[in-house]
Design a binder for this molecule. Structure first.
Ligand code: 13P
Length: 263
């Protein structure tokens, strides 16, 4: 497999990205219904990138439902190998051929329940880029780490680990999602300024690791209890380029409201 040629891919203007991480919710039929409802509701939205990340079993039905719309498809994980004897795993090639453009990598639930490490996240990021998939790399501290003033250290480890040995040009194609673990599924959101502060830290870190534009060029999303009631104030922050939404992306009306708050 030769490396995907990113230089031929036009670098689109930075526009907000609102991604729905459906986690382990929705059968393929339910997923089809939700995606069809969103296609209808969001028909006029073309200045925000909307990405739906259903479970693997629903990728095909969601792809069918969003056909002819601006909505894009993403997966929630993948293996780094192209193929092989890896029972239960899904390859980048499989995601690509089913129509995925994005893939979430290193989500905190994968790190904590399925023992993903910075090393495996790095292998996955490299592989996704090699195949032409855009990684949405998740980073974020746990509550005890924030309370011990280790937020920056943890974020730095995640960022350095995920992008180890990558060229600046490729890093600029990636999306990062800052998801403080204490804000995921808890109803506790980081305040807009808390989130923005970490986003700024990530930008400065990327610029110091790669080149000075890197920090500005990478899209950084916030994730963790984003809902219609708080999305506007989060998305208005200078360094928040979009949102990775869990629970509130499972309902067409609330996800529509979040997407519209980014316009
Ligand atoms: P919630 O929006 O349900 O807190 O989940 C956030 C998340 O983990 C998105 O990846």
């Amino acid at each position: 497999m030769s490396m995907f040629d990113w230089s031929k891919e036009c670098k689109t203007m930075k526009i907000p990205i609102i991604a729905g991480n459906w986690k382990m919710y929705k059968t393929h039929k339910e997923a089809f219904q939700l995606a069809s409802a969103l296609k209808q509701k969001l028909a006029d939205v073309d200045r925000t990138k909307v990405v739906l990340c259903p479970p693997f079993t629903a990728l095909a039905s969601v792809k069918e439902a969003i056909e002819g719309s601006h909505i894009l498809l993403g997966a929630q994980n993948m293996h780094w190998e192209e193929k092989g004897a890896y029972t239960g795993e899904i390859s980048p090639q499989m995601l690509l051929t089913i129509g995925c453009k994005y893939v979430i990598l290193g989500h905190s639930e994968r790190r904590s329940y399925f023992f993903e490490t910075n090393e495996t996240v790095n292998l996955k990021v490299k592989s996704a880029l090699e195949f032409g998939l855009i990684p949405i790399v998740c980073v974020g501290e746990r509550l005890e780490e924030r309370e011990a003033n280790k937020t920056e250290q943890v974020i730095e480890d995640h960022v350095r680990g995920a992008f180890k040995d990558l060229a600046a040009d490729l890093v600029k194609r990636c999306v990062i999602a800052y998801e403080p673990v204490w804000a995921i599924g808890t109803g506790k959101t980081a305040t807009p300024s808390q989130a923005n502060e970490v986003h700024l830290f990530i930008r400065e870190l990327l610029s110091s690791m790669f080149d000075k534009d890197c920090g500005q060029d990478v899209n950084i999303l916030y994730g963790g209890s984003v809902k219609p009631e708080n999305s506007k104030e989060l998305l208005e922050m200078s360094d928040i380029d979009g949102a990775l939404v869990g629970g509130a992306s499972l309902d067409a009306e609330s996800f529509e409201k979040i997407v519209r708050s980014a316009i």
